[in-house]
Ligand binder design. Structure first.
Ligand code: UD1
Length: 355
């Protein structure tokens, strides 16, 4: 019988762990790969660069002075995945980032979202089973809580979907839960991210949205560097202290480090399914973000108040007690640090990873 390559096989302290990272060239993926390399993991990335750039991988190698094994493949390509697992039998854990992530686009093209996000996950699970890899960290989202009825959000609250993107996250969580129920040696950490912003302090890697950004921080930084004229603040009539909506912004480096804490949990013993919010536990309004940005960078951000954006929750922030207690994990970086790092990345790379 094939031996299970998970935590049942005790590793010596010096043994190098090998992690397969899907979507490792993306925003959160590249920052996580960097932290994995810093922590001496051996990293294999599979990414088809459909919404990312190979340059992020080159830059991570430059920052860390370490090599990444990179495959330009679609995770939905079962043969390609099988070959990768077969070529690297030392892979004992997977971090699964690959997926589409734009809410509006998912409403316009639901089939594309279900096919891609769920299809890649099913291919990945099939390959993992074939190659007896039983540990995975999944990149989920706070979007699975639907419209929050009370904050802070705790992991035991009910889940629902507001759009096809959110539904893919919810369905994939359920697929992993069912797999782990059927196979007691299968371990999965579902990480529910709140609002990732910021960039590595080197200013060499960061978020590189194509076209006009949908999300707040990339929009603010593009206004600050003069690429966009002004920010529309969506809604100033919410029932919040300053009338603008509240979110839990987390520095992308802190978020990346959350994956390392989750890996430790998976390696520490059969844990089945574990679910963690990865946020700061602090809510900041849109006006708090604008003010922190101006304070951190000294650069003005022209804005006007605009109508609410459809589907936006007034308030959304995490309870971080479970991650703190079970993973000993806390996100440390401040909102001003997030703003400054995002700005430096944008300023140094006005066209993102493009030449
Ligand atoms: C959005 C997605 C969420 C996804 C997350 C990924 C929607 C409705 N939700 O979260 O599903 O998981 O991104 O990062 O798209 N804002 C402005 N002006 C702007 C842009 C945003 O005022 O130009 C406001 C929004 O109304 C919101 C806050 O800024 O109150 C944060 O918005 P955003 O960065 O888009 O994140 P979420 O909507 O929280």
């Amino acid at each position: 019988m094939q031996q299970n390559k998970n935590n049942n096989t005790p590793k010596t302290q010096n043994s190098i762990r090998t992690v397969l990272v899907t979507g490792g060239a993306g925003y959160i993926g590249s920052h996580t790969v960097l932290e994995l390399l810093n922590a001496n993991y051996n990293v294999i990335v599979v990414d088809n660069l459909s919404n990312s750039s190979k340059e992020s991988i080159n830059r991570v190698e430059q920052i860390t002075d370490k090599k990444i094994t990179f495959y330009n493949e679609n995770v939905a390509n079962q043969n390609a995945l099988d070959n990768i697992f077969a070529s690297h039998p030392q892979i004992d854990n997977v971090i699964h980032f690959a997926g589409y992530k734009a809410v509006g686009e998912s409403v316009a093209k639901p089939f594309m979202y279900y096919q891609n996000n769920i299809g890649t996950t099913l291919s990945l699970i099939a390959s993992m089973k074939k190659h007896n890899v039983k540990n995975i960290v999944f990149s989920s989202s706070a979007t699975v809580y639907g419209l929050p009825t009370a904050c802070p959000l705790t992991e035991d609250m009910s889940t629902s979907a507001l759009n096809p993107y959110g539904n893919t996250k919810k369905i994939i969580e359920e697929i992993f839960i069912d797999e782990a129920t059927a196979d007691s040696t299968f371990n999965v950490a579902l990480l529910r991210y709140f609002n990732p912003v910021g960039a590595h302090h080197s200013g060499l890697i960061g978020e590189d949205p194509r076209g006009i950004p949908n999300n707040l921080m990339p929009f603010v930084t593009k206004v600050a560097v003069g690429k966009l004229e002004r920010l529309n603040v969506f809604g100033n009539d919410y029932d919040t202290p300053d009338g603008t909506a509240i979110r839990d912004y987390i520095h992308v480096v802190d978020l990346a480090l959350g994956h390392l804490s989750a890996l430790e949990k998976l390696y520490s013993g059969n844990c089945g399914v574990v679910t963690y919010n990865i946020g700061t536990g602090k809510g900041s309004s849109v006006m708090d973000v604008i003010n922190a940005f101006i304070k951190a960078t000294g650069v003005d951000v022209p804005y006007i108040f605009a109508p609410r954006r459809a589907g936006d929750a007034p308030v959304c922030y995490a309870s971080v007690q479970k991650a703190k207690k079970e993973l000993n994990y806390t996100a440390a970086r401040t909102l001003q640090q997030m703003c400054l790092d995002h700005y430096i990345w944008q300023k140094n790379n006005p066209n993102g990873y493009e030449e």
